[in-house]
Design a protein around this ligand. Structure first.
Ligand SMILES: NC(=O)c1ccc[n+]([C@@H]2O[C@H](COP(=O)([O-])OP(=O)(O)OC[C@H]3O[C@@H](n4cnc5c(N)ncnc54)[C@H](OP(=O)(O)O)[C@@H]3O)[C@@H](O)[C@H]2O)c1
Length: 330
């Protein structure tokens, strides 16, 4: 495993960090708690020291599962969680409705006001069963709350010893610039994968220039880049992937074809294609860590082993050329 310092903070993360969204079940067609705990234990056994979760992942469930899994193992782990997506008391805030795994409608809204941030931190500490959070991240921008109010709350939480570092997620350059005026911003968490590279334009250069860590999400494009999403695979109506444009059949076929061309590279390293995908992602300029989701120990083991080899510059060039030829409907 590779460990990297997160921006200007004193945190070191494992470059493969376990993403714990799917194990919360919500938007992923449900979860299996014992398999989720096995995935966490397998990851830790193989050198993954960092875990990324959020309250909204299963409305507390992902954090609770992480809390159970890390009991007695918390030292030397970095726990990353988030705030600002709430599912109670929207007041006059705009809500969006989504189906929970049991088919019930849930209403979610943005809220990054100071008192909410402080309360959410306490709630997460309880669910996780820890006395501090290593990286506390604003999940999404909240255009109803001034950024300096939210950052002020994070600053207070650092002073109180409740969190070690402050981060954001899904922030653009302007929003990061604003946040950086009131706090030492450790990181941003944007989406990034071989087939989703928009942040290369501005977010990555800005973060490199300002020594802000980048922990990227969905590096396997929610499973699409594993080769396991065949044209035949069905997703339940509570698994959001069935409705994503990139998961449409024509794209699945093109992606499977592209992944097939990476097979010789994988085989030459005694590795798998998803491992090549993760390895490529972690070694792109500016990337501190890739948050890789895993629902069971088999996936966790494969993902944790993704940095056990080095891609040659010729192989990276080959991958980049193949990506240029890949034409997806978006
Ligand atoms: N800040 C944000 O707004 C935000 C948004 C999204 C994600 N995230 C974070 O980033 C993490 C990772 O992103 P993600 O979960 O969206 O996507 P991902 O890591 O690209 O894909 C994860 C999914 O791919 C499948 N998979 C993983 N490893 C596999 C393997 N070795 N073989 C076969 N299938 C495998 C699993 O789903 P199946 O087995 O069901 O196919 C798994 O749930 C999340 O858990 C979360 O912590 C943050």
């Amino acid at each position: 495993m590779l460990y990297r310092t997160l921006g200007s903070s004193d945190l070191k993360l494992s470059a493969v960090t376990l993403g714990c969204w799917a194990i919360g079940g919500f938007m992923w067609g449900g979860t299996d708690e014992s398999k989720a705990i096995e995935a966490i234990h397998k990851s830790i056994d193989l050198g993954v020291t960092s875990l990324d979760t959020a309250p909204v992942y299963g409305f507390g469930l992902s954090e609770e599962i992480v809390g159970k899994a890390i009991r007695g193992k918390r030292d030397n782990l970095q726990i990353l969680t988030k705030f600002s997506l709430s599912w109670t008391d929207p007041g006059d805030r705009e809500v969006w409705k989504m189906k929970d795994v049991d088919g019930k409608l849930v209403e979610i809204h943005h809220d990054a006001r100071k008192e909410t941030v402080i309360r959410e931190c306490e709630d997460s500490l309880k669910r996780l069963g820890v006395d501090h959070i290593d990286l506390f991240q604003q999940h999404w921008p909240d255009d109803r709350t001034p950024i300096d109010e939210t950052m002020g709350a994070l600053d207070q939480l650092i002073k109180d010893g409740k969190i070690r570092a402050a981060g954001v997620s899904n922030f653009n350059v302007d929003q990061m610039e604003q946040a950086g005026k009131s706090i030492n911003l450790a990181s941003n968490q944007p989406p990034y994968s071989m087939v989703n590279r928009g942040i290369e334009l501005d977010v990555i250069p800005y973060c490199i220039e300002n020594n802000i860590g980048i922990v990227v999400y969905s590096p396997l494009q929610r499973g699409l880049l594993t080769g396991k999403v065949t044209p035949e695979r069905d997703f339940s109506d509570t698994d959001h992937r069935g409705g994503l444009k990139l998961f449409e059949h024509a794209n699945r076929i093109r992606i499977i074809d592209f992944l097939g061309r990476l097979k010789p590279i994988a085989e030459s390293h005694d590795a798998t294609v998803p491992q090549v995908v993760i390895n490529w992602t972690v070694h792109q300029p500016g990337i501190t860590a890739a948050l890789v989701g895993a629902r069971n120990a088999v996936q966790a083991e494969e993902n944790a082993g993704a940095l056990d080899f080095e891609l040659t510059s010729d192989e990276v060039e080959f991958v980049n050329n193949e990506l240029e030829k890949l034409d997806l409907d978006r």
